[in-house]
Write a protein that binds this ligand. Sequence first.
Ligand code: NAG
Ligand code: NAG
Ligand code: NAG
Ligand code: NAG
Length: 402
Amino acid sequence: MSSLTISTSSTFIIFFFLCLITNGLAADFHVKRYGAKANGNSDDSQAIMRAWKDACMSRKASKVVISGGRYVVNSMKFKGPCMAPIHIQMEGRLEAPLNIQHMKSDDNWIIFEYINALTISGKGIFDGRGSLAWKQNQCASSGKCDSLPISLRFYRLNNTIIRGITSTDSKFFHMNLHNCRNMTLQNIIINAPGVSPNTDGIHIGGSSGVTISNARIETGDDCVSIGDGSQQITIEKVTCGPGHGISIGSLGKYKNEKPVSGVIVRNCTIKNTMFGVRIKTWPDSTQGIATNMHFDSIVMNNVGTPILIDQQYCPYGKCRFKIPSRVAISDVRFRNIVGTSTTRVAVKLVCSRGYPCKNVKLSNINLRYIGTNGTAISECSNVKPTISGRVMPPPCTRAFAI
Ligand SMILES: *[C@@H]1O[C@H](CO)[C@@H](O)[C@H](O)[C@H]1NC(C)=O
Ligand SMILES: *[C@@H]1O[C@H](CO)[C@@H](O)[C@H](O)[C@H]1NC(C)=O
Ligand SMILES: *[C@@H]1O[C@H](CO)[C@@H](O)[C@H](O)[C@H]1NC(C)=O
Ligand SMILES: *[C@@H]1O[C@H](CO)[C@@H](O)[C@H](O)[C@H]1NC(C)=O
């Protein structure tokens, strides 16, 4: 049986190389020809990994084809470097094991690492099957989050394009980008129920030149979050909600965090979320820098706190609030932000006493409180924002008591 599989796959490889020599086209590596059953039952991880390895060794641009069907797969590592640009055409539905105990890796379900010029495209779905894991999640109660696998990890990738695909019901975060350069995510869909814990959409850390455009993200946690060491990040035409909105941070938890700089969030719609756009840093934090962050043309619809700088971020309590955050925030612009807030404090700028925010601009803001208890207000501390255009609620209606 196994020798038959080997000889069949080597025949195909020879066939592919003949194709390459005869017509010079990119080589296709169909996972079904490598033995993937796509029957929603047998484990197709090995077959997909064999197709990847051959494609990655191809001297010409190659394509791994995952055609329609349900592929049950365990943890998989798509590892480079590859010999040439590589494309995964993803039309099938990949399904993770339901039970965390059956996962071969605690860290992730699928990881792509050390690859240059990777493209993943298609209408395919990565189904993390998180429902059971959400019930077992003890992240908030015990602080133990380390045995929960992230659905899709992208690590040390250069020149990546991800287009069209869907990630659904991750057990923990949906996507985590770390140490990536020049990466574009277009037209992707991410969804998990609003009540699913820690199902963050996309977390970006230590990466530069990342653009997310035309995404639709519905989750139980942050829609997009941008961690330390991120530079030149653009988020545009993204629709978020439910979830916790678009965040920079949290920052200042770990030693030697690198600056966040050059973030643009524009032309987005945020609806039915706890927060809109926010910058969050821990009190009593390590040193850090977050600078040059622009939030422009954003519609808020039924959002808890649409605009928030929170330098006293402390989700699980137990913080030494008396010691201010050491993350220095500067050059922040909120412009053309309109819509509705479900709490009265629609704009809240709580900066660090030790490192007051510098050069914060509010321009053309129109946020309306939709509760019955008064009109929208804005709170400030340790910041003197520059105002232009019409700003509603009026800036710094009251001081935030620390
Ligand atoms: C990505 O680019 C960096 C900087 O040029 C380089 O050091 C690294 O080896 C590249 N990684 C890959 C997988 O090509
Ligand atoms: C970024 O990556 C894309 C896709 O591989 C590539 O076409 C483009 O030239 C890269 N841009 C830069 C500045 O390297
Ligand atoms: C938002 O999109 C519209 C239409 O595509 C465009 O005209 C406008 O300049 C964009 N706004 C920003 C801030 O990018
Ligand atoms: C109404 O606002 C006041 C002052 O901000 C607050 O003390 C009170 O709890 C609010 N009531 C409700 C029902 O939200």
